[in-house]
Design a protein around this ligand. Structure first.
Ligand SMILES: Nc1nc2c(ncn2[C@@H]2O[C@H](COP(=O)(O)OP(=O)(O)OP(=O)(O)O)[C@@H](O)[C@H]2O)c(=O)[nH]1
Length: 671
């Protein structure tokens, strides 16, 4: 069977001008052996590409039918070698030169600094397959998506899988199956993807691939002969991965002859072109100049540019069914972009493609400009960054101390940290980020209160919105099911840590001779700040941890108010479990004692729950030496001066109002 056919662009264009849905066109396009990929190449890439133009008269070529396209993601636990494998695949397929640099797809500064992937990246690769009993030889177009491994970026993995029919599941030959391996495998299988299991780092001295094979077999039921063994670093066995992708992963279920349907699964902002959308063409084709509509918002656009990522942008005039590429259509307002939206041709009605359900944010933090004059520029930076990181939710908020700002929702603490770092590095913004919190629920008492709020259950993440306990029958807090895989020897300390954090054990399974997989139900509030660090330090870095949201459970939470000299400071209040109130109160009081500037009189810092004071610190008074002018003389003279000073201070304390500078609030509120 011959796949490559060259069609002058003008023919395709003219046919489609007549009518896209006529039976003639459908049969013609089928006869053209699924003329699915039409793209132009710039001079440089056409030299390196395996798809050499058959004539130089026209820059457009038709190659690679849908049957020869493979869309796949690389999924794994953190640091199991996804980006390294992606580099090797790019090199072996000629997309980049050999040894062109480390981690080509980790483009962000934050990724290079931290050595982790935080953003899924796409690359289209050309691969010439020799053929076997299952698939014929030919030129294949492989669309690879390198995904992040950390649990906080699972939203990226989830979106990447939307545009994939298969996934390479990478497992470290030394560390074996880890918590995120389990989570990613389950996610891929639940989406109906074909999983290609690959054991990486077999070159390591203490690699034990046989043990990993038995783990994969025990946990996922994967057969030994389907598991590949490679060293992504050295490149050994990587060719087999390419072959397995072509052999095992099915082509996209695309219909070239149907009306155009495309799914937006990622986007970023370009200051010249507006929003750049990463689109998976499910059916039909899309050309520059086409008029399209977003099924989600009903808004119309004209396609300004199209292209493939190889891995840098390579413009083309057309994208066809099965392909993954980028598109710009002069979207200036980032809020118009909906990840998971289906695009179709203007005036047509199509069935929407299944999108992604929005990731549920678990951790919330306030973001405020350090100066209100920077409000507009910070808003624009936030909107652009949220466009690139659609797992973040954004709602306006205000604080008496920090002014107008936003309350942002994140998938975890690392996500929050990375977002703050990207804001600074990519947009030069230096906002104030407040301490993270979670969303609580409160069931209301009495018909009057239910009528007042319009509901019998209110939710709040901002401690300032904590309802009056008199009107609440029950509080609820979010919990997660945590999966922890740890070596036997650390089992005791890991379990102690979980129980300390109010955890309830669900299960414990031995996954091999020296590793245990634990499942715990843990309150989210207990793990958002430092749980991951503690797990790593109690297990010398060997245990891995992953979690998924498990709804809400009844709880006893209290609001801690902070009083300065008897006056309540609303912005400093916080919410915690009643058993932690004394500890949290003490911590806040100590911080304030060190941060609030000393006054001429002593100031009491108190942490109060309801009417009970749970912690107190004193900020000592500034002492003026009123006896400085008394050289020698009678002691009673000195005593008189000191007595007068003490009386004055007492008066001041009664009427004195403390001036707390803004930076003190910022230091206490921020993490
Ligand atoms: N010895 C050896 N080291 C490897 C191999 N593959 C990757 N590494 C190393 O493992 C570390 C992590 O590799 P990455 O490719 O960044 O891992 P990753 O899965 O992309 O990491 P995240 O995206 O942050 O989850 C790097 O130091 C790599 O050099 C291999 O086959 N052998």
């Amino acid at each position: 069977m011959k796949f490559s056919t060259v069609i002058p662009f003008s023919i395709i264009y003219n046919i489609s001008q007549v009518s896209r849905r006529t039976p003639e066109l459908i049969s013609l396009s089928r006869n053209l052996s699924h003329s699915s990929v039409v793209f132009c190449k710039n001079k440089k890439s056409s030299e390196t590409s395996k798809y050499k133009a058959k004539d130089n008269e026209h820059p457009l070529k038709v190659d690679v039918p849908v049957e020869n396209i493979r869309n796949f993601s690389i999924i794994a636990h953190v640091d199991h070698g996804k980006s390294t494998l992606a580099d090797r695949l790019l090199e072996m397929t000629g997309a980049v030169a050999f040894n062109s640099g480390h981690q080509i797809l980790d483009k962000l500064q934050v990724e290079r600094e931290r050595g982790i992937t935080v953003k899924a990246q796409t690359a289209s690769l050309d691969y010439s397959y020799e053929g076997d009993d299952k698939v014929p030889s030919g030129n294949y177009l492989l669309n690879l998506i390198d995904t992040p491994g950390h649990v906080d970026f699972c939203g990226e993995v989830s979106r990447s899988l939307l545009a994939s029919q298969g996934a390479i599941l990478l497992v470290d030959a030394n560390k074996g199956v880890q918590a995120q391996t389990v989570a990613n495998y389950r996610l891929a299988v639940s989406r109906g993807l074909v999983v290609v299991p690959v054991i990486n780092k077999i070159d390591l001295k203490n690699a034990d691939p046989d043990r990993v094979v038995s783990q994969l077999n025990k946990i996922f039921g994967l057969e030994e002969d389907t598991i590949l063994r490679i060293s992504a670093k050295l490149g050994s066995g990587v060719e087999d991965v390419l072959k397995a992708v072509v052999r095992e992963i099915p082509p996209p279920p695309a219909d070239v002859s149907a009306s155009f349907r495309g799914l937006v699964f990622d986007s970023w902002f370009d200051k010249y072109r507006g929003a750049v959308l990463l689109i998976y063409i499910r059916d039909g084709f899309l050309r520059v100049g086409d008029h399209i509509t977003s099924a989600q918002s009903g808004q119309n656009y004209e396609v300004r540019s199209l292209g493939l990522l190889r891995p840098s942008e390579e413009p083309c005039k057309m994208l066809c069914a099965g392909q993954v590429g980028y598109m710009t259509c002069n979207v200036r307002n980032p809020a118009e972009v909906h990840i998971g939206a289906t695009f179709h041709r203007k005036g047509e009605t199509v069935e929407q493609l299944p999108g992604v359900s929005a990731a549920t944010p678990l951790v919330f933090a306030g973001v405020y400009p350090s100066d209100q004059s920077q409000y507009t520029s910070l808003r624009s930076a936030l909107e652009k960054l949220v466009l690139n990181d659609s797992a973040v939710t954004m709602a306006t908020d205000s604080s008496p101390a920090l002014g107008q700002g936003w309350r942002l929702g994140f998938l975890g603490l690392l996500h929050l940290e990375v977002f703050g770092q990207r804001l600074e590095q990519e947009y030069g913004a230096e906002p104030v980020m407040t301490a993270p919190s979670v969303t609580y629920k409160a069931k209301l008492l009495g018909a009057k209160n239910i009528k007042k709020y319009g509901t019998d259950e209110i939710t709040f993440s901002n401690p300032a919105h904590f309802p009056d306990v008199q009107i609440v029958s029950e509080f609820y807090e979010p919990v997660v099911t945590a999966t922890i895989i740890t070596p036997d020897e650390y089992l005791g300390s890991v379990m102690t840590l979980c129980l300390d954090r109010r955890g309830q054990q669900i299960s414990s399974v031995n996954i091999d001779n020296d590793r245990v997989m634990l499942q715990f139900l843990l309150p989210l509030n207990e793990i958002i700040v430092d749980f991951h660090d503690y797990i790593k330090s109690t297990s010398s870095g060997y245990a891995s941890f992953d979690y998924e949201s498990s709804g809400y459970v009844p709880t006893k939470i209290v609001k801690i108010d902070i009083l300065l000299n008897g006056n309540k400071v609303e912005e400093l209040c916080t919410v915690c479990h009643f058993s932690r109130a004394v500890m949290v109160g003490r911590h806040l009081c100590t911080r304030l004692r060190d941060l609030v500037p000393r006054q001429l009189f002593q100031v009491a810092v108190q942490a109060v729950v309801g009417s009970k004071i749970v912690a107190r610190e004193n900020i000592k008074a500034l002492r003026k030496d009123v006896t400085a002018k008394c050289y020698g003389g009678d002691i009673t003279r000195k005593m008189k001066l000191l007595r007068r000073q003490a009386e004055g201070k007492k008066k001041m304390r009664m009427i004195g109002n403390i001036e707390v500078p803004k930076h003190t609030f910022i230091s206490v509120l921020k993490r």
